[in-house]
Structures are given as structure tokens and as C-alpha cells.
Design a protein around this ligand. Structure first.
Ligand SMILES: *[C@@H]1O[C@H](CO)[C@@H](O)[C@H](O)[C@H]1NC(C)=O
Ligand SMILES: *[C@@H]1O[C@H](CO)[C@@H](O)[C@H](O)[C@H]1NC(C)=O
Ligand SMILES: *[C@@H]1O[C@H](CO)[C@@H](O)[C@H](O)[C@H]1NC(C)=O
Length: 896
């Protein structure tokens, strides 16, 4: 029982057990590859595009045609070398591992010229036992990458392939690279409709040596599960130990949950077993009564307390330790039978949650830059600050960094986590499945403790693609279906059930949830609004009309494009003429087929763009595109929210989720994002703060010209004060409403409440907008408020335009920035007073080169004077802000 020696001595003298030894291998490496005359000194972790840009071998690939000009980089084979010193003490260990947290993607690894292993998946951790190859003193590590572009093509052309696995190549408008579905790397790095092709290569995460005699802790997965019948939590803890090579693992595992004032511990002795698998998992559980912990809640519902759980492994001669944070919450996906179909919603701590948020694409298209903590923090704060409570980490990108999920835990952002498969058929041969198996196990163990992750989804849109024959698979449907089931059900779903038995899982998004399972995993209609989640896009119909949109259980994708802000474009081009919808440049940046023309048409359906010869045409195009997008997503999101807890006569509704496409950007281009690549919030993101507000009043016009007004509350309880709704009707050329009508409101956290119905023609006629409804609709609009008994406004104002604005003779407003005042000493906080003389639409403040955010932007201005707060990212002055700040609005004379 040698193992106990250390434990006993450990108690007497904590230092006796030597820690295992870790040696970082990050820093300066040398790079060899095409076009380099001499080895280049580069930084690891990193990636080939960053490395070459940092050393000025490559111009900024995000500028101009940088994507097309740098295709050769992804086609090249690159070698990263490091010379490092090993001391005798390290080599004295039984095992010395070389650990790569991320290799992108196909590498052969050599130590002192001897091959120690290969890699083929950027989403796994690679560990090689290299003790026999190491020597005391200098050693040379060489990581030799083969182009993923080349390898993808080779894999696709393998004569042993039973059949072509489509799509072979992306749509030509993507300017992309073929055969992404053959390689386990970020699928979008071969291009997407919102992003460039940068076929990345590199050591993109941490790399280190690990010397030990006993075992290291590879992962700790801790999941609190609430007892069904009592207020008790059982924290299931699985510790994955790695002994480096087959052999006995002996020692004591101690798990300690830190509860602040006290703690709870449990220990277990692990018996040595000969012939043990080189990784063992050891389960322990802790019982915690509910009164000892605070619940974790999504953003907007409560706090996000997190508790440290530390696992120590004390072996014969050494110890290792790992800490994860746990949150005490239950999250279920409820799929109950309704009169028709099944519900689909998240219940957190037994409380139904309306999911509000967006789809996240990779933090950066260059994986190494996606680890940047400042970028991640900015995105996550931007999501939290507009009342989002859910983000979907979409399946064509990456499993994001630990920091990303740490912030999701801290900010209460529930994560819908896709596995990284999107918009394609995938192979299901043994080699591919074995490769994916390692990926799935790694990611489940790495991320399994995060309380924010609520649902894992097998893929993005592949069920729909197969059922609806997107890629010409119908002739061979049965074979592709078998492959589909092998990958997402037999492999992925089984691994999820094994490693995280308490987590929610769907095979695809969109899917019919349980109904998809019933229909043998490929439903007849994966987009059926009566089941599961739906994705919805329509670029032809009226995007500002609720009648255009489906009434699903859960909308996990919907979106419209817009142009990034002008100032952001200057990081990609010098010429504003490049932003014309028919320019070569914009066509190269626009990857969605016919997207630029669609955007012009969608705008012109609602508004009237100035003539293309107008001197401010480009500025108007950028600004109008953001209006189009913001108002369309606002209309659609409020439509979904108005169906919370509410069914139509034909069984549609009970909508409980609105995740629009897409949160962020990976380059400056016309895309569906609300935040552009430079971090500027588009009008959409500002509007999200209003349409995602926990309390909302919204109006919708039915086809019979009936105005329905709904009040919605996302909270645990109703406020304990009286609330009333207020409707104003305005004529466009006055700031005085024609009428103010109050209605009592009884909010209900479980359902959208119908405040009242109003016959729109009668209402407009009665206040003098016109007896002919066709005319009256053009003269007036509706404006809504929620007030407390003291007439304090509880929510942002809302509006409804009964007529398309292009048909309305809007008055020319005189909108001015009246004053800018500093409200702190440090130069970050400012009040901006904006005045107008008549109703002004989509009033847009732009701080140009001074980065920061406004408390409101893109708003309907119905007050003579409105104060907006500005928070600068970096300290500035009133003078500097005055010089930069501009305001525009829909009827700005600049566009007339
Ligand atoms: C990198 O390592 C390989 C394999 O050991 C070696 O052939 C090559 O010369 C090394 N390159 C440099 C620049 O050290
Ligand atoms: C923990 O609670 C569960 C369920 O209440 C019970 O079955 C189990 O015996 C308890 N375990 C311990 C160690 O108290
Ligand atoms: C968890 O541990 C970290 C690192 O020791 C510490 O900074 C943090 O305060 C701890 N959190 C709690 C809630 O105890």
C-alpha cells in the first residue's frame, strides 16, 4: 500500500508530496514555409495568418481583397519548431507528456527528429508520451503541418469512398474552399455566407510538457442535480485521471465544494489496478441541502452565484489539483403534448423562461484571435446589456474558449451548444467516427461543468438539408440517413448520455425535438412550427409585417442583413464608392447569393433610397440598411414574444424563444450581425435592448385592420404595483399626441396579455387622422407606453406604423445635438441632448472614431428634447466628442 505513504506524510507535511511538473512551451518559435527565405521567429500559441501578419510577411488580410490575396497561405505546408531545454528532474518522471490544447489541424510531431504522433482534429487535446525521445539539455520539437485544404481534397478524392458526400464546394458567391465536411476544423474557415475563407493552420492553444509519476487530472465534470422529492442537491463529480500509459493508478481523490462559510468534502481511495486503461474516470457525489446554496438564474431572473469545486488527486509521490465552478440550477427542455404538436421551451429552476438572444458565430475567424479575452468580454457584455439570456454557439464555428463559457456562467447567458457540424452531409466511416468520438468526449468533459450550458445539439440544419434534398442526396437518401444516424445518434447522442446524463440534447437545429426522435431522427418536416425549433428566412416578403412570420414554438434563427457603419468600412477600404451595392468590392464581400440586390429591394419596399447618383447615396444605403434590419428584427421578435403562452385556434404559438441571426461579425461585410467586426453596435443591437426588455408593450395589426396591444413580462413574479398601458396617436408633424388612451393591465409572467383590441380605422378617424383609412394610415401612427400609478415610464416607448413609410409624406425634421456634457471626471461618461421640432424617425447618433455605446440609438423622437447617455470605451473629452458626434434621421435633408 505504498499509495498511503504519501497521504500520511501529506497530512504531516504538505510539501512532501512534490507537485507534478509542468513546463510551458509557449513563446517564440521558428516558422518555415512557402515564400520564407529564412526561418521566421513567431509567437505560439498563434496561427499562420496572425503569425505572418505580425511579421509583415502578409498585409492585413481583413483589408481590401486580403482574403483572395492570401489563399496561398492556407494551401501551404508550414513547420513550427522550438528548441527547448529539459532538466534532469523532469526526465526523472515515469511519464513525460507533450500536451497540445489545440492543433489546427493536420500535423506530424517530431521530437529530436523522431515522430511522436500526428493530429487531425482542431477540437481535441493531443497528448503524446515523449519521455523516450527526450534528452537532458537541448531538444528540438517540430510541428509539421500539412495544408488542411490539400488534405480535405485528398480525403474527398479517396478511391475507397463509397459515394460523394455533398456539398463538395460552397456556393460560388462564398469565394470559398471545397470539402470542409471532410476535415474536423472550423467549418467556416473554408468560408461562409457571412465570412471569408481563411484556411487557418497553427498551434492555436496552449502547449506544455507535463512530467509525473502517478497521474494527472485531465478533466473534472461536476453537475449538481436536484432531488425530485426534496430540497437536496446531489453534485455528481467525475474526475478523469490520466496515467500516461497503461498501468496502475493509485491514490486518493478528495473533492471539496466551497460553500463560502463552510465546505463539503468527500474522499475516495483509488485502488491500483494492473492493465488499467490509461484514462480512468472516478465518480463521487456530494449531497447538499438547498438551504446551503443560492440558485443560479438566467440574466434578468436573478443572480448567478458560482461555487468552487476543487478536486485533488494525491498519489504515491505527488499531487494534482483542478478547480471547476458549479451553479445550482435545473434546466429542462419541456416538450409536453399540446392540442397539436408538442411544446418546446426551457424551464430553469421550474420556471418557464422565454429565451431571448442571438446566434454567436466564432469570436474571430482566425481561431487564435478568438481566444482574446477583451473581445470575448465585449461580446458577452454586449449580449447581457441588451437583456439577452441565451446565446447559441453555432455549429459551423468552434467550441469557444473556457473564458467564453466562464462569462456565460457569470452573466447568466444560457448556452445552446451545437456540435461543430453545419449545412452539409458528413462521412460516417470508422476513421471519421473515431476522430469525432475523441472530439465529442473532449468537449463534453471540458465544458460539462458549466451551469450556463443547457442544451447540446448534434448539428446545424443537417436534418433539414437531408430531408429537403439541399445537396442532391435524395437518390441515395437511405444511405445518407444511415450515416446521419450513425454520427448524431449512435455516436454523439450516446456519448452525451454517457458523459453528461443530465443534459438536454437534440439531434439538430432546427428539429422537431422528440417528434424527430419518433420519426427515426429525420422528420418529414424538420421546420414544422408545431414542434421543436425553427429557422426562418424570407427576403421577398414584407419584412416589417407580422403576417410574414411563422408562429413557432421556438425561433432559433431568423435574420436580415445590414451594412456595417461607415467608420468600420474604413478598416476594409479607402473608397466609399466601394460600398455601392453593385461594386466589385461589395460583391466580393457579399457572400449571400444576390444579397446586395436583395438588401436594396428590401429597403425600397419600406423606404425610398435616394437615387444612386445622389451625393450621399452610400451613406444613405448604409444607414437605411441598418434601419431595415433593426425594424424587421424588432417586428419579428415582438411577434414571437406576443405568442408567449398563447395559442392560435389552429394550435400554433406558445412561442418561447427568439434567437436572431447573428450576434457578431468576423469581417467588415454586409451580414446579418447586430455588432460589426470593429465592435460598433448597429441599430439592431440598440433596438435589441428595447425589444428584449423584460417588460414590453407591443402592437400588431391584423389583416382585418384590428390593432392588438399586448403586454409581456419576463420575470419570476408580477410587480406589486398597479400598471397601466397608454396609447398615443400622433400625426407626423406634431410632437403633441392627438389622443392619449389608458388601459388597465394585469401582467402575467407566463403569458402575453392582450391589453385591448382597437379597430384601427375607427380609432384613426375619431381623432382626425382621416375618414378614409387608406389616407388616415399615412397621416398618423400609434405609440405605446407602460406606466406605473405615478405615470413613471416602465419600458421604452414603442410604436406601430400602420402604413409603409415609403408611402408617407414625412415632414422634414430639424434634429440637433443641443449639448454634450461630461458626467464623470474621468472622461468616459457623457450626456447628449438631442432636440427635434416634429416627429423624427430612427434618430441615429454616430460617434465615428470615438468608440463607445449610447443608452439609446435609432429611436423614434417624439419629445422636443431627449437626453441620451454615451459611454466611451477610452477616456475622451467634450471637445473631442463634439468634433466627432453627428446625428441623422430618416428625413435628414442630406438624403433628399
Ligand atoms: C525543424 O525541425 C525539423 C525536424 O527536426 C528539422 O528538419 C528542421 O531543420 C528544423 N528547422 C529549423 C529552422 O530548425
Ligand atoms: C444523497 O441523496 C440521495 C437522494 O436523496 C440518497 O439516495 C443518497 O443515499 C445520499 N447520499 C449520501 C452520501 O448521503
Ligand atoms: C473560487 O476560487 C478563485 C480562485 O482561488 C477565487 O478567486 C474565487 O474568489 C473563488 N470563488 C468563490 C465563490 O469562492
Amino acid at each position: 500500500m505504498a499509495a498511503s505513504v504519501c497521504v500520511v506524510l501529506f497530512v504531516l507535511s504538505a510539501t512532501f508530496c512534490s507537485a507534478l511538473q509542468r513546463q510551458s512551451l509557449t513563446g517564440e518559435w521558428t516558422l518555415e514555409g512557402p515564400g520564407l527565405e529564412a526561418p521566421l521567429s513567431v509567437t505560439v500559441p498563434g496561427g499562420i495568418f496572425s503569425n505572418l501578419m505580425d511579421r509583415d510577411v502578409l498585409d492585413n488580410v481583413f483589408f481590401g481583397s486580403g482574403d483572395a490575396d492570401s489563399v496561398w497561405v492556407g494551401e501551404g505546408d508550414w513547420t513550427y519548431n522550438l528548441t527547448f531545454t529539459v532538466v534532469e528532474e523532469l526526465l526523472a518522471h515515469r511519464v513525460v507528456s507533450l500536451v497540445f490544447e489545440g492543433l489546427d489541424t493536420f500535423a506530424t510531431i517530431l521530437i529530436n527528429g523522431n515522430e511522436v504522433g500526428t493530429s487531425e482534429n482542431m477540437f481535441v487535446r493531443y497528448t503524446y508520451n515523449i519521455k523516450d525521445q527526450l534528452q537532458v539539455g537541448e531538444n528540438e520539437l517540430s510541428v509539421q503541418f500539412t495544408s488542411a485544404v490539400t488534405r480535405a481534397a485528398e480525403l474527398a478524392e479517396d478511391p475507397n469512398n463509397p459515394y460523394v458526400i455533398p456539398p463538395e464546394c460552397p456556393d460560388p458567391s462564398y469565394n470559398g474552399i471545397c470539402h470542409a465536411n471532410r476535415v474536423r476544423k472550423m467549418q467556416a474557415s473554408f468560408s461562409w455566407d457571412w465570412g471569408p475563407a481563411f484556411a487557418s493552420t497553427g498551434i492555436w492553444k496552449d502547449v506544455y510538457l507535463e512530467g509525473f509519476d502517478n497521474a494527472v487530472i485531465d478533466y473534472v465534470v461536476a453537475t449538481p442535480v436536484k432531488d425530485a422529492d426534496s430540497d437536496t442537491w446531489t453534485v455528481f463529480i467525475t474526475t478523469y485521471l490520466d496515467g500516461g500509459e497503461p498501468g496502475p493508478i493509485a491514490g486518493t481523490i478528495t473533492t471539496t465544494l466551497d460553500l463560502g462559510d463552510d465546505s463539503e468534502s468527500v474522499s475516495m481511495y483509488v485502488e491500483p489496478t494492473p492493465n488499467q486503461d490509461f484514462e480512468v474516470s472516478i465518480g463521487l457525489s456530494l449531497n447538499i441541502t438547498g438551504d446551503r446554496v443560492e440558485l443560479w438564474w438566467p440574466n434578468g431572473y436573478g443572480a448567478q452565484p458560482l461555487y468552487n469545486l476543487t478536486v485533488g488527486f494525491v498519489g504515491e509521490t505527488e499531487e494534482d489539483e483542478k478547480t471547476v465552478r458549479v451553479g445550482f440550477r435545473t434546466i429542462e427542455v419541456v416538450q409536453d403534448e399540446l392540442e397539436q404538436g408538442l411544446s418546446f421551451y426551457f424551464k430553469v429552476n421550474d420556471h418557464p423562461i422565454f429565451a431571448k438572444g442571438s446566434n454567436e458565430i466564432p469570436v474571430n475567424i482566425l481561431p487564435e484571435k478568438g481566444l482574446d479575452q477583451a473581445s470575448i468580454k465585449f461580446l458577452m457584455q454586449s449580449a447581457r446589456d441588451v437583456h439577452m439570456n441565451m446565446l447559441r454557439v453555432w455549429g459551423g464555428g468552434v467550441y469557444e474558449s473556457d473564458y467564453f463559457y466562464d462569462l456565460a456562467d457569470e452573466y447568466g447567458l444560457i448556452i445552446w451548444q451545437d456540435f461543430m457540424f453545419a449545412c452539409a452531409m458528413y462521412p460516417a466511416d470508422d476513421a471519421f467516427l473515431s476522430n469525432v468520438g475523441g472530439e465529442v468526449r473532449h468537449q463534453l468533459k471540458r465544458l460539462g461543468s458549466h451551469p450556463s450550458i443547457a442544451l447540446w445539439s448534434g448539428n446545424n440544419e443537417n436534418e433539414g438539408a437531408l430531408r429537403d434534398n439541399w445537396y442532391g442526396t435524395s437518390d441515395n437518401f437511405d444511405a445518407f440517413k444511415q450515416d446521419y444516424i450513425k454520427l448524431y445518434v449512435d455516436l454523439i447522442q450516446s456519448e452525451v448520455a454517457q458523459i453528461l446524463p443530465n443534459v438536454n440534447f437534440v439531434t439538430s437545429s432546427p428539429s422537431n425535438g422528440l417528434e424527430t426522435d419518433q420519426e427515426d431522427h429525420v422528420a418529414q418536416w424538420p421546420g414544422n412550427p408545431l414542434y421543436g425549433d425553427v429557422h426562418f428566412y424570407d427576403y421577398q416578403s414584407d419584412s416589417w409585417n407580422v403576417g410574414t412570420f411563422p408562429i413557432p414554438r421556438f425561433s432559433s434563427e431568423y435574420g436580415y442583413q445590414s451594412m456595417p457603419c461607415i467608420e468600420s468600412w474604413y478598416t476594409a477600404t479607402e473608397s466609399l464608392d466601394d460600398l455601392r451595392p453593385d461594386s466589385d468590392f461589395l460583391n466580393a464581400r457579399q457572400h449571400h447569393p444576390d444579397g446586395n440586390q436583395q438588401n436594396v429591394d428590401l429597403i425600397n419596399l419600406q423606404l425610398q433610397l435616394p437615387d444612386s447618383s445622389h451625393e450621399n447615396y452610400v451613406k444613405a444605403f448604409v444607414y437605411f440598411s441598418q434601419i431595415l434590419q433593426a425594424q424587421a428584427i424588432k417586428t419579428q421578435t415582438e411577434h414571437y414574444r406576443s405568442f408567449k403562452g398563447r395559442l392560435t385556434d389552429d394550435g400554433h404559438g406558445n412561442t418561447m424563444g427568439a434567437l436572431y441571426w447573428q450576434l457578431n461579425d468576423v469581417w467588415v461585410a454586409p451580414t446579418w450581425s447586430g455588432i460589426d467586426f470593429t465592435g460598433r453596435w448597429k441599430m439592431l443591437h440598440y433596438q435589441a435592448r428595447e425589444f428584449f426588455n423584460p417588460m414590453l408593450i407591443t402592437g400588431r395589426l391584423t389583416n382585418d385592420d384590428v390593432l392588438e396591444i399586448y403586454a409581456i413580462l419576463d420575470a419570476l413574479e408580477v410587480p406589486d404595483f398597479t400598471i397601466k398601458a397608454l396609447m398615443h396617436i400622433y400625426v407626423w408633424d406634431s410632437l403633441e399626441p392627438l389622443v392619449a388612451i389608458e388601459y388597465p393591465v394585469t401582467l402575467d409572467p407566463l403569458t402575453a396579455v392582450l391589453v385591448t383590441t382597437v379597430d384601427a380605422p375607427t380609432a384613426l378617424a375619431s381623432v382626425g387622422c382621416g375618414d378614409n383609412y387608406e389616407e388616415a394610415k399615412k397621416n398618423c401612427f400609434f405609440h405605446f407606453h407602460l406606466l406605473d400609478e405615478n405615470n413613471n415610464h416602465l419600458v421604452p416607448f414603442n410604436h406601430l406604423f400602420p402604413e409603409k413609410l415609403r408611402n408617407v409624406a414625412l415632414p422634414s425634421a430639424n434634429v440637433q445635438i443641443e449639448s454634450i456634457t461630461a458626467t464623470d471626471e474621468e472622461g468616459y461618461e457623457f450626456d447628449v441632448v438631442v432636440t427635434t421640432d416634429v416627429v423624427a424617425l430612427f434618430v441615429w447618433l454616430d460617434s465615428h472614431r470615438i468608440m463607445g455605446t449610447f443608452s439609446a440609438n435609432g429611436f423614434l423622437h417624439v419629445l422636443p428634447s431627449r437626453t441620451v447617455h454615451f459611454t466611451a470605451n477610452e477616456a475622451t473629452t467634450v471637445e473631442a466628442l463634439t468634433a466627432e458626434l453627428t446625428v441623422t434621421h430618416l428625413r435628414d435633408p442630406a438624403y433628399l
